[in-house]
Design a protein around this ligand. Structure first.
Ligand code: AMP
Length: 555
């Protein structure tokens, strides 16, 4: 097993020094945020979850005991542990406890399955896996067994909520009397995120304490978070958006408290707004659209809600208007990426700005370039490829040097794969993307990854995955497949079952399938997705849906 720093691309030393001298990297570790709050306001509420109220002191004490307990199980600083927990206080105790020990959590969205967990474990050399015994119908004990079978380096499995059986440790049994753990620096890797993908397989992202504290501080300032804020975490806390943009950690940093809904779905979280006096939350467009329906149908109210941050996928001006009118809350747009950069409309922006733009970079250290296909900067008002570097944007993926050659410029700018326009007033509007992904309402699906799985089906000779418009999600996934000669054309349920059996997260399964005799090719022999999209967009003889699972060539 190789050390944590192996394959990690750091910021060049002079750049790092510059960030420190400007105070952009404060030398503060993330777990000390809750320790500081416990000293200043021990009795104030840090977290409310289905188990009850957690004061700052209770949370800080639990973090110390969890860190000591993990040390007792043999985990040591520099180890990596996959954490796939739902939105409850156990997540925070575990996440911060691992950080306290110097062990890096590898954050896995609850929807991820064996294929993705194995990819994460192999890339990071993870030695442990923390999960609920079961969550929303998924038996994580089965996932844990499959993971250990395929990745023997995963020595330890910790399960929350139940006795998981042989070879596993109940998370509740881990805790031990606090230890006098050595102080650690803030310039080391804190945790890992999984990229939504630019090209090819999703990549692993290493975030440091220094860079992530900068991320959440500046995001919180732009959002206008204040002490006393009550933040409702709706999407998974294992997602960058919810964790620290400003999210859970940004709220704790500014002296607010966090509501974690446990195993509730994002839609059901609307019911927590009124009882918990939620003042701020972060959602995707489809989630908030579902909330608006609940408001209309069931009279859900949100009297304390001052602002709703909407991000991860494109927000339409119409939905922005409905949020303001029907929830009575200000809209804040957020455009962000696990790799770093955050654009946000700010708390002081008028609604006209918040409905039309994704705002401005949150940090004075963000350097953004919009360039044409030859990497030449384009003027304001012209669409360009968004490149970025700065104090919280990575300089390279974790252990992916080949991919880095195309994903980063020689001088360290990250090629986000997004297209944007800078308006003369300095605000950005994200106009599209050049990368080959589908954004299913904020869930990013890498086309290449799904195509690779589809090609492994015996009835599929070739496959291409493209986004098609969807009223609710913005986009959904269409698999265009070329069948093996003589084989029956693969039907949608068959392909979905195939992906399930390969251990692929359900949000990546195709929503529709189109069977074609051949895929269009570019002059270089690659799949011509532009032609494919244009072909799919042409109305079909039997129905207007460009990519339906029920049409004549579709099965
Ligand atoms: P992830 O790393 O999973 O957070 O995905 C980041 C990607 O999500 C970005 O590069 C964008 O393509 C997309 N994204 C994030 N926020 C927005 C937004 N507000 N509007 C459109 N796309 C977004």
């Amino acid at each position: 097993m190789s050390g944590i720093a192996e394959g990690w691309v750091r910021w060049p030393d002079p750049v790092a020094e510059g960030y420190r001298s400007r105070g952009w990297w404060a030398g503060t570790r993330l777990e000390t945020v809750i320790a500081a709050r416990a000293r200043e306001q021990p009795d104030a509420t840090a977290v409310t979850d289905p188990s009850g109220r957690w004061s700052n002191a209770r949370l800080a004490g639990a973090v110390e005991r969890r860190a000591a307990g993990f040390a007792g199980t043999g985990l040591v600083a520099g180890d990596r542990v996959i954490v796939q927990l739902p939105n409850d206080a156990e997540f925070l105790v575990t996440f911060l406890g691992l950080l306290r020990l110097g062990v890096a959590p590898v954050l896995a969205l609850p929807a991820l399955r064996t294929a993705e967990l194995v990819h994460l474990a192999e890339t990071t050399d993870a030695v442990g896996y923390v999960a609920p015994a079961a969550h929303l119908g998924t038996d994580h004990r089965v996932l844990a067994d499959e993971l250990r079978e395929r990745c023997p380096g995963v020595r330890q499995v910790f399960l929350a909520g139940a006795d998981g059986g042989p070879g596993t440790t109940p998370l509740a049994d881990v805790d031990a009397a606090p230890l006098d753990l050595p102080a650690r620096g803030a310039d080391e890797i804190a945790f890992f995120l999984l990229s939504g993908g630019t090209t090819g397989l999703p990549k692993v992202i290493a975030r440091t304490h220094d860079d992530y504290l900068h991320n959440l501080r500046h995001s919180a300032a732009a959002a206008g978070l204040a002490p006393g804020e009550v933040f409702l975490a709706v999407l998974s806390v294992c997602h960058n958006f919810t964790l620290g943009c400003p999210g859970v950690l940004g709220t704790l940093w500014t002296g607010g408290s966090v509501v974690l809904g446990g195993p509730r779905s994002p839609d059901e979280c609307a019911d927590l707004l009124a009882p918990h006096g939620v003042s701020y939350t972060a959602v995707t467009p489809p989630t908030v659209a579902g909330w608006l329906d609940r408001v209309a149908e069931r009279g859900v109210t949100a009297p304390a809600l001052r602002a709703v941050q909407v991000g991860a996928a494109k927000l339409t001006p119409r939905l922005a208007d409905r949020i303001r009118a029907e929830l009575g809350a200000a809209v804040q747009q957020s455009f962000g990426m696990s790799e770093g950069l955050l654009l946000q409309t700010t708390s002081g922006d008028p609604h006209a700005i918040a409905r039309e733009t994704q705002g401005v970079p949150v940090s004075p250290g963000d350097e953004i370039r919009l360039v044409d296909a030859d990497d030449v900067d384009v003027p304001d008002g012209t669409e360009g490829h968004l490149l970025v570097r700065g104090p919280y944007t990575i300089r390279g993926y974790y252990r992916a040097p080949d991919h880095d050659r195309s994903a980063f410029t020689d001088d360290g700018f990250y090629r986000s794969g997004d297209l944007a326009v800078r308006r003369p007033d300095g605000r950005y509007v994200v106009t599209g993307r050049a990368k080959d992904v589908v954004n299913r309402g904020g869930e990013i699906v890498s086309a290449a990854e799904v195509e690779e799985h589809l090609r492994r089906h015996p009835g599929v000779r070739d496959a291409a995955v493209v986004a098609v418009p969807d009223e609710r999600l913005g986009e959904r996934t269409c698999a265009v497949v070329v069948p093996e000669p003589g084989a029956p054309p693969p039907r949608l349920p068959v392909l979905r079952r195939h992906l399930r059996e390969r251990g692929v997260a359900p949000f990546k399964w195709p929503d529709t399938v189109r069977v074609v005799p051949d895929l269009p090719r570019t002059a270089l022999g690659k799949t011509d997705k532009t032609a494919l999209r244009a072909g799919l967009a042409r109305p079909r003889r039997t129905q207007g849906d460009p990519c339906s699972s029920t049409g004549p060539t579709t099965t």
